[in-house]
Design a protein around this ligand. Structure first.
Ligand code: UD1
Ligand code: CA
Length: 460
């Protein structure tokens, strides 16, 4: 017997079983497309398989038609359709033509999303070619039991429905994760039979076949028990979501981020933080977010694909999406910053201000109730309350340019394309349709009149 005690990722295939229906999800989507941290369950498993350095990853799909391969089409994986689904052994058999017969094959489940790289590496380096991931459960109901011989060696796996009363007492169960030599696996699968209580082809039957050929089977336990928890319904989905989020929160806190409450923190992507970042309760981070040193994020913010530099403060209830924000800015509360926005140092964006596809220079301020879209705003500009860039004529978007030091009076409409010159002042309540020159005052407003003898209409 060959001893493969060196873990060789270049010789490793991974087969991910994901054909099951997931009846208890009560969903029209295949189970493995339900999400944890904004990412489909099966994608978590693919990511982990990839982290192991596997040379070939094959996903077995079935229920839900092409939706699983469609979702994963750009991931450089192979796919095997299993239709109908005749059991875990049959599922693996469907994948065998897709993988190289050399090396070993690791079996993972698409609905067991939190399986960890460390645990799998431990399983891959036991010293025997056949490794099984098992756990001891106080309540082993529903799982396949690990049956050992008098020397304590693994002898077979028996499914609960086929187990005798003595076997049902066994608390060591099969997690479903195993690694074994591919050539042997293919051979054993060809000999599987479905003479069991469920009429299925059980992958677990290969264990007894290996033993009958004199193979030793090593067992490894997961680093954490939750790694082998599967998702069968939406309650379990929510439980795994929380476990995943607590882990992400703990990593951030370990690296020096203060979370006001790790139980009220959600990350659906990656968050990179400098020193002494503070994140208040109920914030959601999506995509790729970078927060510089001493950035403070107030409660109830949603931040997606953004870079926020040091010392910037984001007050509660702000939404930031696709923006690059320099240091020492003040944002919110209730600010909405949309894609392709760039804020210079020390810019202020206050409540009910919406900014889209705009550059705002150093020290410029838009503190209240404004829409700034498709604009280039210089430094030291003051945008009065209620200012609106009228960027859209119904067909095309046009740009507003406001040069350094300009002052835009409150309730101004800037009808783009239009340029406001350096240090220009725009009188409050103006509708500006032509360029305003540098310096001086531009305004467009009808003269105020007073009608002395006017009378309010009265009810009789
Ligand atoms: C299986 C194991 C059992 C183990 C348990 C751990 C077998 C025979 N039994 O049982 O020992 O304790 O997992 O959770 O392997 N799948 C397919 N095609 C199929 C059947 C299943 O792709 O034809 C996929 C499912 O989508 C799922 C995984 O395989 O991801 C496991 O299937 P499931 O029906 O949950 O297996 P169990 O009966 O729970
Ligand atoms: Ca199961």
């Amino acid at each position: 017997m060959t001893i493969m005690n060196v873990y060789e990722p270049s010789n490793l295939n991974v087969i991910i079983l994901a054909a099951g229906k997931g009846t208890r999800m009560h969903s029209s989507q295949p189970k493995v497309l339900h999400e944890i941290a904004g990412m489909p369950l099966v994608s978590h498993v693919v990511t982990t398989a990839r982290d192991l350095g596997a040379c070939e990853i094959c996903v077995v799909y079935g229920h839900g038609g092409q939706r699983v391969p469609e979702l994963l089409k750009n991931e450089n994986l192979s796919f095997a359709e299993q239709e109908p689904q005749l059991g875990t052994g049959h599922a693996v058999q469907c994948a065998i033509p897709q993988v190289a017969r050399t090396g070993r094959t690791l079996i993972l489940y698409g609905d067991v999303p939190l399986i960890g790289k460390n645990t799998l590496q431990k399983l891959l380096s036991t010293g025997t070619p056949f490794g099984l991931l098992t756990v001891h459960l106080e309540n082993p109901g529903g799982y396949g039991r690990i049956v050992r011989d008098h020397q304590g060696k693994v002898f077979k796996i028996v499914e609960e429905k086929d187990a005798n009363p003595g076997e049902r007492e066994i608390t060591e169960v099969n997690t479903g994760v195993m690694v074994l030599p591919t050539e042997k696996l293919a051979n054993w699968l060809g000999r599987l039979e479905n003479h069991n209580s469920q009429g299925e082809y059980y992958l677990t039957d290969v264990v007894a076949m290996a033993v009958s050929e004199g193979m030793d089977i090593s067992t490894v336990h997961p680093e954490h028990e939750w790694e082998v928890l599967g998702v069968n319904n939406r309650v379990q989905l929510a439980e795994l979501e929380r476990i995943h989020q607590s882990r992400r929160a703990a990593e951030l806190m370990q690296s020096g981020v203060t979370l006001a409450d790790p139980d009220r923190f959600d990350l659906r992507g990656s968050l990179h933080c400098g020193k002494d970042v503070f994140i208040d309760v109920n914030c959601l981070f999506e995509g790729e977010v970078h927060l510089g040193d001493e950035v403070r994020i107030g409660a109830n913010c949603v931040i997606r694909n953004a870079v926020i530099d040091r010392n910037t403060i984001v007050e509660p209830f702000s939404h930031i999406d696709g923006a690059k924000i320099a240091s020492s800015c003040k944002i919110g509360p209730y600010a909405r910053i949309r894609p392709s926005t760039i804020l210079g140092e020390n810019a202020h964006v206050g409540n009910f201000v919406e900014i889209k596809n705009a550059e705002i220079g150093t020290g410029s301020k838009a503190n209240h109730l404004s829409y700034i879209g498709d604009a280039t705003i210089g430094s030291g500009v003051n945008i009065g309350a209620g200012t609106i860039t009228c960027n859209y004529d119904g067909a095309k978007k046009h740009r507003t340019v406001i040069e350094d030091g300009a002052f835009i009076g409150s309730d101004t409409q800037l009808v783009a394309p239009v340029t406001i010159g350096r240090n220009a002042t725009i009188g409050a309540g103006s509708t500006i349709t032509r360029n305003a020159p540098e310096g001086g005052l531009t305004l467009s407003r009808s003269k105020q009149v007073h009608i002395e003898y006017w009378k309010r209409p009265r009810k009789d």
